[in-house]
Design a protein around this ligand. Structure first.
Ligand SMILES: NC(=O)c1ccc[n+]([C@@H]2O[C@H](COP(=O)([O-])OP(=O)(O)OC[C@H]3O[C@@H](n4cnc5c(N)ncnc54)[C@H](O)[C@@H]3O)[C@@H](O)[C@H]2O)c1
Ligand SMILES: O=C(O)C(=O)C[C@]1(C(=O)O)C=C[C@@H](O)C=C1
Length: 294
């Protein structure tokens, strides 16, 4: 993999900061310009050696950048891509790391066809946000989905795959619409359910006038970890992948209703069947994840 002489990362939070740190750790980029609207974030990223230069605005910050990585919340893409269309060099490769692709990435392409744009999505992260949570090893052994657009030159695609492999990730190609359906189910729905569950417990605490928050154990903590995730990022995802998330929520509602009915009817065998099916499915998924990480 040829070293990138000069690149820019827009959005120096958990994902942008981790990517910058990974580029540095593996010696993949000589000069990284960090662009973020938050000055404190840029100071922190400079202090940690993640970036070599910084700017709070895109204008004037992209000279000589052959690669531009966009790691801001998906709700900012229209504004950020508009700025890129005005200030990126014509040959620069633009890659976004947003959690939604599908219609969103097609809209970016339709609106800004002059950009050499490849949509991508790292399947790595955490409930923490901000550059303080960044880690050079975040992407190690993690899938990194690429959803090429029909006109994406194959030479640029293979260059991106090489780069992702070099930061330790596992690049996987996927159709953009399929991406949004898959991640609505396995990532976006769990976040909506975790937020909804915690919200409902807070409401029960009020309604029942009982100190519920004093008693949770590890089960609550494991299940709700992701309800501590950044609300801007998740509100943006919910709206950008609205149709797929609504459909997955409807199927979830039906599944929960089946369990509710079995409890109401004291149908023990229906409960056992539901719980066994879920346990076996989850165990197989976790086994598969552990094998992939071994
Ligand atoms: N957190 C995860 O688990 C995860 C995983 C995979 C992909 N993603 C995607 O990566 C992107 C970033 O997520 P994150 O967790 O790093 O978020 P974050 O909140 O940690 O960081 C976002 C950064 O973008 C900056 N920013 C916001 N709007 C901006 C704008 N218009 N111009 C310049 N800077 C701006 C913020 O100041 C912040 O520093 C999102 O699109 C998200 O969907 C997140
Ligand atoms: O580990 C977490 O906390 C995450 O939420 C990471 C997670 C996920 O759902 O797995 C969240 C959103 C991303 O787009 C990719 C990864």
């Amino acid at each position: 993999m040829e070293v990138i002489e000069r690149c820019a990362i827009i959005g120096l939070g958990l994902i942008g900061g981790s990517f910058g740190a990974a580029l540095k750790e593996h010696g993949l980029a000589r000069h990284i310009t960090g662009i973020d609207r938050c000055e404190q974030t840029l100071r922190q990223a400079m202090g940690s050696g993640i970036i070599d230069g910084s700017s709070t605005v895109v204008a004037g910050a992209l000279a000589g950048c052959t690669h531009i990585f966009v790691a801001t919340p998906v709700g900012s893409f229209d504004v950020v891509f508009e700025q890129l269309s005005q200030h990126a060099e014509a040959s620069a490769l633009v890659v976004d790391f947003g959690s939604v692709k599908g219609e969103l990435s097609m809209r970016m392409h339709r609106r800004f066809p002059q950009l050499n744009y490849i949509p991508a999505h790292p399947i790595a992260g955490s409930e923490r946000s901000g550059v303080g949570a960044a880690s050079a090893s975040l992407f190690r052994n993690r899938k990194w989905i690429i959803t090429p657009l029909p006109q994406t030159p194959s030479v640029q695609l293979s260059e991106l795959r090489q780069l992702l492999l070099a930061v330790g990730a596992v690049p996987v190609d996927m159709d953009p619409m399929e991406h949004d359906r898959v991640f609505a189910a396995v990532s976006h729905l769990p976040h909506m359910v975790a937020y909804g569950l915690v919200g409902s417990i807070a409401a029960m605490e009020d309604a029942w006038n009982l100190p519920l928050s004093r008693y949770p154990g590890a089960g609550f903590r494991d299940f709700t970890r992701i309800a501590s995730s950044d609300e801007t990022m998740w509100a943006d995802i919910a709206l950008a992948n609205k149709a797929e998330i609504l459909e997955s929520m409807e199927l979830f509602r039906e599944s929960l209703e089946k369990i509710r009915q079995a409890i109401a009817c004291e149908d023990r065998s229906a409960l056992l069947e539901s719980f066994r099916g879920a346990r076996e499915y989850r165990d197989a998924i976790v086994r598969h994840m552990e094998e992939a990480n071994a």
